[in-house]
Design a protein around this ligand. Structure first.
Ligand code: ADP
Ligand code: MG
Ligand code: MG
Length: 878
């Protein structure tokens, strides 16, 4: 490669080398579109600049000057000329656009002599001196780091002196004075003369662009947006002949999208300004006019613009974001890049461009970042109304969507008020499984502790309810039921709005708008369904969730968590009774009632998913999770003692005793999952029987039900066989009683490291596997999924020890290897064995890509992420 390329000679495919802006300019030049002549200094030079102790390599400036000569030939203008001077802009541009990384320097090449040339050439001294003034200001700011305010101050006092309001009313005389003041400002800042030689100006400007790459702003931007060296390595510098949109009323400058960026409609959308220079539009100094007016004001230029738009779209096969300038009626293009569009616009343009035969269906699917579809699947705040509401606090966006309701800090109260028809936002420091009934009766959940994989976050996502967690600036006070942040206090009963997509908490009720599943969205989903090979199932625990998931396109349920069912408010009491039962007989009685409830739940869920498989997981969490927190209970007992409420006191004391008995130091690795099933076999027996009986009933009604039973936390074949015996016994019993043969697949979760490693043994009994990637990740890293995000994980990412949370996106090297071992081991015993995953990762596009490659049969995701999973699965297979 060469250090410098003229636009017409560069290989515009090579964005890494030329940067996005340079590649676009060179491609437009090749397409014979009207681009002012110029050249690009490559990103390689930027890297050499740094390797070379921040000095330009020796060969660069001579090459730059050769290219300036080329421009002179093309334009007929001359560098440093007093008759018709060539002026240029110096613009940065990395492979990925990084808005605001550095300011562009315009009008470079002006000095005391050339400014006269510009005045003569344009017959407009005012314009020439104004350009000179702007140049010194930008150069001073960007190259020398002079504070902008100093220049503004001079400008303002000149205006006052001349008694004018607008910059454009300043006389040539005042502009000349301003120029000399501006220079003095620079000179007192740098303690040296302001550079008059265009060569020196150009060299300094190029270095300034390279320096900006390692500027604080740029570094932070790259970190925040995960821009690593493999996607953008250094910035290029583009030197472009100046064209002037500010040469009178036949000149203009503007920015447009070739299609509407919000809704995707095929229309040129954007703004322009007559008699203005580019920066004015972007900076919002003056409000632009809608580009549709250009059609009337400058019909010839509008025609050129619209021709350019369609030519660029045809070429890039993507809607473009374009900058243009009209100089005395002549139209120029200054930039093009792929337009950043809303999810709705991406979908509409994908469908439209297929109809227009601009792209094929595969391209239509792959150009939509699956993650972005999230925005279309939840209620959102009415953007136009947000500004009327004060922001109380900001936390971690944990489950998307917006919701309003009254602040309630107590779980019981939330249930009561919710059942009475009130809209509630449940606010807690953190939540526990026993709080789940309150989730059902709330519109949304807000916690001050916890991260994206905390209990509140996972449960909310499963239910499709908005949730914010880890809102640490919010101080919650349970004693007087208030929360406060940033000087504002919210009392119980006051209305707030939470936006679980942005993490913001607002005061008052912000109107929300319905999610839109448009015809175009349906079209995209149906193309994706046909393209993908991976199965998509839902994590769904209720008939409602099952129905919703099916509407969104799920083909089955990959995880039905039976404990969630116990949390519904009509049965949590029963479940607690079961735990509290003093002997097996008493427990048996309660279990019978619970069994009836579970059976009817299973019937409804299996019906909602008729024709598809429904994987039912037996009880997983430790029992004490269903009992109140011992600390809180002890506090309550303390209060009851004061009140002398003897009966309640006695009850509370018994529960406390049991809660303490069951408490564990490390409950996630404790007495849970199959270990509960082995020590309290009556619980698993009840659940297994409920599934079989539900199947009997549905079979009699000719409903095609396909339940599968799945055992959690298995670490050995001995455990699995132990449960299988119980299962076989119940199966036989139910079959004999009803005189029918029943088929249910019996399988296991693989979520313990040992299970993955001994999957060949497990497969002798298990008919299917499902990887529980949450627990498997927890076990593989020894990271507590409940705690990491609020503790050390952010620092790990900051220090680049981890690229992203392994709980969000599968850790391919570690957890991924275990999954591959598990699959190979399992399928080594049972060819074509059904193997899926049911962790939170099932809805994450990059994890889905991994699952597709690893040969999994399906992924299971929460209902609201099903469309994302479908599109991501299609993309993985393209
Ligand atoms: P950014 O990357 O921030 O968009 P640009 O390099 O595109 O910065 O420059 C900002 C604006 O300056 C452009 O929108 C354009 O209007 C104006 N500009 C840049 N180069 C020229 C030029 N050669 N002639 C006229 N205007 C220019
Ligand atoms: Mg630009
Ligand atoms: Mg698990």
């Amino acid at each position: 490669t060469k250090p410098v390329y003229a636009f017409e000679e560069a290989d515009s495919e090579n964005r890494m080398l030329l940067g996005g802006k340079g590649a676009g300019l060179s491609e437009m030049t090749r397409l014979k579109l009207p681009v002012p002549p110029g050249f690009t200094i490559t990103t390689e030079v930027c890297n050499k600049y740094y390797d070379n102790n921040r000095k330009l390599p020796k060969d660069v400036m001579p090459l730059v000057m050769k290219n300036i000569e080329k421009i002179e030939k093309k334009t007929g203008k001359q560098w440093n000329s007093t008759k018709n001077p060539l002026l240029v802009s110096v613009r940065s541009g990395a492979a990925i656009s990084m808005p605001g990384m550095m300011d562009t320097i315009l009008n470079l090449g002006l000095n005391e002599k050339t400014v006269g040339g510009l005045a003569k050439q344009t017959k407009n001294p005012r314009f020439a001196w104004d350009s000179y003034r702007r140049f010194i200001q930008l150069f001073g700011k960007v190259v020398f780091g002079v504070n902008d305010e100093k220049f503004d101050h001079v400008l303002e006092s000149a205006k006052t002196k001349q008694k004018v309001k607008d910059d454009s009313q300043l006389s040539v005389e005042s502009l000349k004075k301003i120029v000399s003041e501006y220079k003095k400002i620079c000179e007192s800042h740098t303690k040296r003369k302001f550079p008059d030689s265009p060569n020196e100006q150009l060299g300094l400007a190029i270095e300034a662009v390279f320096k900006s790459w390692m500027g604080e702003r740029a570094i932070v931007y790259r970190e925040k947006n995960n821009i690593t060296k493999d996607i953008a390595n250094g910035t290029a510098v583009n030197v472009v002949t100046m064209v002037f949109g500010n040469m009178g009323d036949d000149s203009a400058t503007g920015v447009v999208f070739t299609r509407n960026g919000h809704n995707g409609k095929k229309e040129i959308e954007g703004e322009y300004l007559i008699n203005a220079q580019g920066e004015d539009v972007v900076a919002g100094v003056r409000t632009g006019k809608n580009v549709s007016l250009l059609k009337k004001e400058m019909p010839k230029s509008y025609k050129e613009l619209s021709n350019a738009c369609s030519k660029l779209e045809k070429h890039f096969r993507e809607p473009q974001d374009i900058e243009f300038t009209i100089e005395q009626g002549k139209f120029y293009l200054l930039q093009t890049r792929t337009a950043k569009m809303s999810a709705m616009a991406l979908i509409k343009t994908s469908v439209d461009m297929v109809k227009e035969k601009l792209i094929d269906k595969n391209k239509a699917l792959t150009r939509i970042p699956a993650q972005q579809l999230e925005a279309l699947l939840h209620r959102t705040m009415d953007e136009s109304k947000v500004k009327n509401h004060k922001q109380l606090a900001k936390g971690i966006a944990a489950s998307p969507g917006a919701a309003s309701g009254i602040a309630v800090f107590d779980v019981k109260k939330a249930i009561e008020l919710g059942e009475a028809g009130k809209k509630i936002i449940l606010i807690r420091k953190e939540t526990k499984p026993e709080d789940v009934p309150a989730f059902f009766s709330s519109e949304g959940v807000l916690t001050s502790l916890g991260g994206k994989s905390s209990h509140a976050a996972i449960v909310s996502r499963g239910m499709g309810k908005p949730c914010i967690v880890g809102c640490s600036e919010l101080k919650i006070n349970y004693d007087n039921n208030t929360c406060a942040a940033n000087g504002t206090t919210v009392k119980e009963g006051e209305t707030i709005t939470i936006d679980g997509s942005a993490g913001t908490v607002l005061i008052g009720e912000v109107p929300t708008v319905e999610p839109k599943v448009t015809k175009d969205f349906e079209q995209i989903l149906s193309w994706a369904q046909k393209t993908k090979s991976l199965g998509i199932r839902a994590n769904a625990d209720t008939p409602e969730a099952a129905k919703l998931a099916r509407q969104f396109g799920a083909q089955g349920i990959g995880l039905c968590r039976t404990e969630r069912m116990f949390n519904a408010s009509d049965r949590i009491g029963l479940f607690v009774d079961m735990i509290m039962a003093e002997n097996i007989e008493e427990r048996g009685k309660v279990l019978k009632k619970l069994g009836q409830l579970q059976k009817s739940d299973f019937i409804q869920i299996l019906k909602a998913m008729e024709g598809y498989e429904v994987t039912i997981r037996l009880l997983d969490p430790p029992l004490h999770e269903f009992l109140p927190n011992p600390e809180e209970l002890a506090e309550k007992i303390h209060k009851l003692e004061k009140k002398k409420a003897t009966k309640e006191l006695k009850e509370a004391k018994i529960i406390l005793k049991r809660a303490r008995e069951l408490a564990e130091v490390n409950p996630m690795m404790g007495h849970r999952g199959v270990r509960v099933g082995i020590t309290y076999p009556e619980i698993y027996e009840m659940q297994i029987r409920a599934v079989f009986e539900a199947l009997v009933e549905l079979t009699k009604k000719k409903v095609k039900a396909h339940p599968q039973i799945m055992i959690p936390q298995i670490s050995s074949i001995a455990e699995l066989n132990h449960i299988k015996k119980i299962y076989d016994k119940i199966k036989k019993e139910v079959e004999t009683k009803n005189k029918m043969k029943l088929t249910i697949n019996f399988g296991t979760m693989i979520e313990v490291v040992r299970a993955a490693l001994t999957a060949n043994e497990l497969a002798t009994t298990a008919e299917f596997f499902s990887f529980g990637t949450n627990d498997l990740t927890q076990g593989t890293f020894s990271f507590s999924r409940e705690d990491v995000e609020g503790k050390f994980l952010p620092e790990y990412m900051e220090k680049e020890l981890l690229e992203r949370s392994p709980f969000q996106s599968i850790d391919v090297n570690g957890v991924g290897s275990l999954i591959k071992i598990g699959i190979a081991n399992g399928r080594g015993i049972r060819k074509n064995m059904e193997v899926g995953i049911c962790g939170e990762h099932g809805g994450d596009p990059s994890s889905i890509k991994f699952c597709h490659k690893a040969g999994l049969s399906y992924v299971s995701a929460s209902p609201h992420r099903i469309p994302i999973a479908i599109v991501a699965a299609a993309q993985a297979s393209i």
